[in-house]
Design a protein around this ligand. Structure first.
Ligand code: HEC
Ligand code: HEC
Length: 194
């Protein structure tokens, strides 16, 4: 069961537990690390249930990252629900400004993969699960539009190699499995501009 959480309590806890140091959104409050080049995940505007699941997965070792496993073990289920509520209530992730942001993304190989996929290689359209603008579909797949470019690229590599395998179904791994390095870079740029 996922506790609903309290966003105001979550704001205080996210600060006290240091989550903001790495996961703050550019343009919101203090912090820097999730900043322009997006090495760490942005959590602002992310789905509540998705955030909670990831923390549980780090804790249980279903998603591997030593530092996040330590952070996940240092907070209670109630803390996580509150912190997730705080992040989920924030505005959508701000798109990178390069091509004008939101909708201004450069067309090309990434746009085709995102919208249509490539049936010949069993690459499903990203939009089918993540929404036409990467805004996420509750209960299906998380927000990715406006997520940091470096983080997106890293995660796509992790899905492809199997380093990350904590999705509820096989769809995400299958979609990543057929991507080339240059397609991953193109998709990471495209999605970060959405
Ligand atoms: C020192 C930096 C740092 C701090 C502090 C930190 N994290 Fe993280 N967090 C990371 C990194 C790095 C990742 C990506 C791990 C990976 O590669 O899978 C991550 C990933 C996550 C994710 C998954 C994001 C996604 O889009 O899938 C969640 C949720 C998360 N952290 C929550 C938290 C919470 C809650 C706290 C505070 C209790 C916290 N983090 C503190 C560095 C940090
Ligand atoms: C069948 C549905 C499905 C398809 C198709 C799909 N995804 Fe996903 N994706 C998911 C799910 C579900 C997750 C989250 C899994 C979890 O709970 O950890 C995810 C996670 C991700 C993440 C990690 C997000 C984060 O915050 O860490 C990225 C990046 C991503 N997808 C990009 C893509 C791209 C790019 C494509 C197209 C090539 C794609 N996905 C196609 C279902 C899908």
């Amino acid at each position: 069961m996922v506790l609903p959480g309290n966003a105001e309590a979550g704001r205080v806890k996210a600060e006290a537990e240091r989550c903001l140091e790495c996961h703050v959104q550019p343009g919101i409050a203090q912090g820097h690390s999730a900043g322009e080049d997006g090495k760490f995940a942005r959590l602002g505007g992310q789905q509540h249930a998705y955030i909670v699941k990831q923390v549980q997965d780090f804790r249980a070792g279903r998603r591997k990252n030593d530092f996040m496993a330590m952070m996940a073990n240092s907070v209670s289920d109630e803390d996580v629900a509150d912190i997730a509520a705080y992040f989920a209530a924030q505005p959508a992730m701000p798109a990178a400004a390069k091509e004008g942001g939101k909708g201004g993304a450069t067309p090309g190989v990434a746009a085709v993969l995102f919208r249509q996929g490539d049936a010949a290689r069993k690459v499903a359209a990203c939009a089918a699960c993540h929404g036409a603008g990467g805004e996420g579909i509750a209960g299906v797949a998380p927000v990715i539009g406006g997520q940091g470019r470096r983080y997106l690229s890293q995660q796509l590599h992790n899905w492809r190699s199997g380093e990350r395998s904590n999705a509820p179904g096989p769809g995400m791994r299958e979609a990543a499995a057929g991507l080339t390095d240059s397609e991953i870079e193109a998709l990471a740029l495209y999605v970060s501009e959405m």
